[in-house]
Design a protein. Structure first.
Length: 249
């Protein structure tokens, strides 16, 4: 895995709009051409027995993130995704699915951190999973510098039973799941972290790197605008900061 995973890639907004249209209406035989940073692909759909989700599980658009908890750009993108969900989540049209992609070659601690997040979910479900991610990102310096002794401390801080958490983590219960998720990302052609899919069903627009908020908004809006049945895009309601639905023509 190359160290270039650290280089953020910014989407050209026009490219995002083109990619969204190509993604859903299939008018191009060269889907990777839009902006050079996007392509269409078939990927595994959200599975409630496997994945962790923030937002409405029935949301038609799901942002799938493959990430490494020791990647500094994943740390930044985590904040971006919370902004994305603050904007789109109330509409029920977009949800966020996180899948581990620990780059073991450069971050030897990342697989155990990913297992720790799974053990958090083992006790507290998806809510505890995302709380755990947030706390890891909050305290880790990144680049394989988190003290793994902090993993049970984080569990305690988010209200989990530490003994149960430690038993889960030491058992290796989720080791194979983390490995499978890593292999899945590689099979999808992931070049680094974060590796992002904006999905409707099995179809996805693929983005690489630490995408800024405006670029995520442009790409998601392009996909929403092309949903069958004129499902529409999302815009903030006046004065409330909440998301509302705006019909398309």
């Amino acid at each position: 895995m190359k160290s270039e995973y650290l280089l953020p890639i910014t989407i050209v907004v026009a490219g995002a709009l083109i990619a969204g249209a190509v993604f859903l209406v299939g008018k191009s035989n060269n889907p990777g051409a839009a902006g050079g940073t996007q392509k269409t692909t078939a990927a595994r759909e959200y599975q409630p027995t496997v994945d962790h989700i923030l937002g409405d599980p029935s949301a038609p658009v799901k942002v799938i993130e493959y990430a490494d908890l020791e990647c500094p750009f994943c740390k930044t993108f985590n904040t971006t995704m919370h902004q994305v969900m603050d904007y789109y989540g109330p509409s029920g049209k977009v949800a966020w699915v996180y899948r581990p992609f620990p780059l073991t070659q450069i971050h030897s601690k990342a697989p155990k951190e990913a297992e720790a997040a799974e053990c958090a979910a083992d006790q507290g479900g998806d809510a505890s999973f995302y709380k755990y991610l947030d706390q890891v990102y909050l305290i880790t310096p990144g680049e394989n510098n988190l003290d793994l002794a902090q993993l049970p401390v984080i569990a305690k801080n988010i209200g989990l039973n530490v003994d149960t958490f430690n038993q889960c983590l030491s058992s290796g219960k989720y080791t194979s799941k983390i490995t499978a998720s890593y292999n899945e990302a590689i099979a999808l052609g992931a070049q680094g972290t974060p590796h992002i899919l904006i999905m409707v069903g099995k179809d996805a627009v693929t983005l690489e790197g630490n995408q800024p908020y405006d670029s995520m908004r442009a790409a998601i809006d392009a996909v929403l605008a092309q949903l069958p049945g004129g499902a529409g895009t999302v815009s903030p309601s006046t004065g409330s900061g909440q998301a509302t639905t705006t019909p398309t023509n």
